[in-house]
Design a protein around this ligand. Structure first.
Ligand code: SIN
Length: 325
């Protein structure tokens, strides 16, 4: 029998509220051991070791907790008795945590993140089934070397590409044009595709961190002036622009981007459109100061830029990194 380490961080999967109701609850209230008690048969799937890292609404996640979580997993996977890792997490920030772990974990062992849209006290809570499937996925030989996966509602997503696409239904995740990695039916695992992007033990960022540079995000909208960019530049080494269309913005923003780039701020251009790709663009960025986010959303581009800036401040090197990851 395999051994799986479950690292609990909180979220709705550990949430409680009024019996039966799906709203008006508090995330991060019960322990992972309490959740496991409501999953019949889980101890026949694998030996389980639980670690309660924190018990938070995932909106409280930050780079300190991401580093702590990743460093904890990097040391657990060195234990030959541990075959795979499951992380329980709030759904709101799963996409950021999953990308941070995708880039920093130094392992080929399966790492699966899951959560729930309904609290533990709701009628038909989805957490126990998601956790049951996540443990089965972490036990699967097919999942080795697949990088960090997010398991939600019978579907396996990649940690790089997963996005929360619905804030209401239990089928809350997707990865847009790239579909998903595969599906599960009860315990059975079916993979259909794989990411070409570097991850986990092939990632140049795999390892432990104790500090990360500050990177901010600026959202473009009609009529916004450039003061937000100057404000962010006071506290951040890099700024991710969430532009309109294919990563676009006004002349006022372009002037500020040129000015601040010359002063050493590194900009990444992403888009507020939920699907598509941002390439480098000589019209919106004539000096080619900005790094194109490709298919990464603003919040995922921020994770990569933090790690990239840890290695280099050279824009051309950062452009290469964004093409590889
Ligand atoms: C959270 O992200 O912790 C709250 C929302 C959720 O888990 O669905």
């Amino acid at each position: 029998m395999k051994t799986i380490a479950i690292i609990a961080t909180g979220g709705t999967i550990a949430g409680t509220g009024q019996n039966g109701k799906t709203v008006g609850y508090h995330a991060g209230e019960i322990s992972v051991d309490d959740i496991l008690q409501s999953i019949p048969g889980i101890h026949e799937v694998s030996r389980i070791r639980t670690f309660q890292l924190c018990n938070l609404d995932s909106n409280e996640m930050n780079k300190e907790i991401w580093m702590q979580l990743s460093n904890t997993i990097n040391s657990l996977v060195l234990d030959e008795d541990i075959d795979g890792i499951v992380v329980t997490h709030g759904t709101d920030l799963i996409e950021e945590t999953s990308y941070y772990l995708t880039l920093t974990l130094n392992t080929n062992k399966p790492v699966v993140i899951t959560g729930a849209m309904r609290p533990d006290t709701a009628t038909s809570a989805d957490g126990p089934f998601n956790l049951y499937q996540a443990v089965n996925l972490a036990c699967s030989d097919k999942a080795r070397g697949k990088g960090v996966m997010v398991l939600f509602s019978n579907t396996i997503f990649s940690g790089r590409d997963v996005q929360k696409v619905n804030n209401f239904k239990i089928d809350a995740f997707g990865q847009k044009a790239s579909g998903c990695l595969g599906y599960m039916q009860d315990e059975e695992v079916y993979f259909f595709s794989e990411s070409f992007k570097k991850h986990t033990s092939n990632s140049v960022f795999a390892g432990n961190y104790t500090t990360l540079p500050d990177v901010g995000i600026a959202y473009f909208y009609g009529g916004v002036d450039s003061s937000i960019l100057y404000h962010l530049a006071e506290k951040n080494e890099g700024i991710v622009l969430v532009g309109s269309g294919s990563g676009n913005y006004s002349q006022a923003w372009l002037n500020a981007i040129n000015d601040l780039s010359e002063k050493g701020i590194v900009f990444v251009r992403s888009s507020r459109v939920s699907e598509g790709i941002v390439f480098s663009d000589k019209v919106f960025d004539p000096n080619e100061y900005c790094v194109a986010s490709n298919t990464l959303s603003g919040q995922k581009a921020r994770i990569l830029l933090m790690l990239a800036l840890k290695k280099t401040k050279n824009r051309e090197d950062i452009k290469r990194i964004f093409n590889e990851y």
